[in-house]
Design a protein around this ligand. Structure first.
Ligand code: PLP
Length: 266
């Protein structure tokens, strides 16, 4: 009896369904992978914004993931909002035990719309996040996250590529800085250890979106879960290209599900 390939997200719960774990499960399903989810941060949130974030205690975070490590047919791991430096370090320890699995790190720091400075990662978490990035098959920052990780100011695709290369120098196998927040076409800057690629899609105009970063990263991880292992650079590029096409389609289909930001249509 062969078990379905599973992708695991270790991330936050966004009760509105637009971002975090619930969005990740849709991304995994679209790729044909079974979705597993371990909760790292509970958020009080709607599409109108993030009110507060409440990290899950380390012991429970670890227990959730170790149980899945023991029994699920995991073929890829994706991380999202991890709450605190301790949460990130806990995940570093966990992924070290599954080094054979592709790891997609979405280095989530803040939400697009947040009330009263609520954050998805505390200030000390950034240093720990670099340690997690060092273990990643792919890191998927947006421009703001890439600036925080590298200290660079990103205005152009060339700047974004420089940042992607710097994240690879941290130890990651590849990094893609998503271009949704830059002007012009939505160009993602992808750097591996030996190559660079600019992945372009026409900009879809419209009001701001909630959950596009989580969705893109989970589409990549889902695709890696169902791909032939070990993942070579060609497999990684295929997954990023596929996820970019899918997320563009879902951005075109974005809609309101309340009175806040639009969510991606899938
Ligand atoms: N809430 C949670 C739990 C998340 O994991 C993420 C991921 O980025 C967000 C919110 C971010 O949402 P937004 O796309 O609105 O920045």
């Amino acid at each position: 009896m062969s078990a379905l390939p599973c992708a695991l997200t270790i991330a936050g719960l966004d009760p509105s369904g637009g971002a975090g774990i619930t969005a990740d499960l849709r991304g995994f399903a679209a790729a044909g992978a079974w979705g597993c989810a371990a909760l790292a941060v509970l958020t009080v949130q709607s599409t109108a914004g993030l009110r507060s974030a409440h990290p899950v205690p380390k012991e429970q975070l670890e227990a959730q993931v170790l149980e899945l490590f023991r029994h699920q047919n995991l073929r890829a791991i994706k991380t999202g909002a991890l709450g605190t430096a301790e949460g990130v370090r806990t995940v570093v320890g966990l992924v070290e035990q599954k080094r054979e699995l592709p790891l997609v790190v979405d280095p989530v720091l803040v939400a697009t719309r947040a009330h009263d400075g609520a954050r998805l990662l505390d200030q000390e978490g950034l240093v720990a996040m670099k340690e997690l990035c060092a273990r990643a098959t792919l890191v998927t920052p947006n421009v703001t996250e890439a600036e925080a990780l590298t200290g660079l100011q990103i205005r152009t695709v060339q700047d974004a590529m420089q940042a992607a290369k710097q994240i690879v120098e941290l130890g990651a196998r590849a990094a893609v800085v998503t271009g949704g927040h830059l002007e012009g076409d939505a160009v993602d800057a992808l750097a591996t250890r030996t190559q660079t690629f600019e992945l372009s899609a026409p900009r879809v105009s419209g009001s701001p979106l909630h959950g596009s970063g989580c969705t893109f990263a989970s589409l990549v991880a889902g695709r890696l879960a169902v791909a032939a292992h070990p993942i070579d650079d060609e497999g990684l590029l295929d997954a990023v290209r596929w996820a970019k096409a899918k997320v563009t389609e879902w951005i075109e289909g974005a809609r309101y599900v309340g009175d806040g930001l639009r969510v991606l249509g899938g």
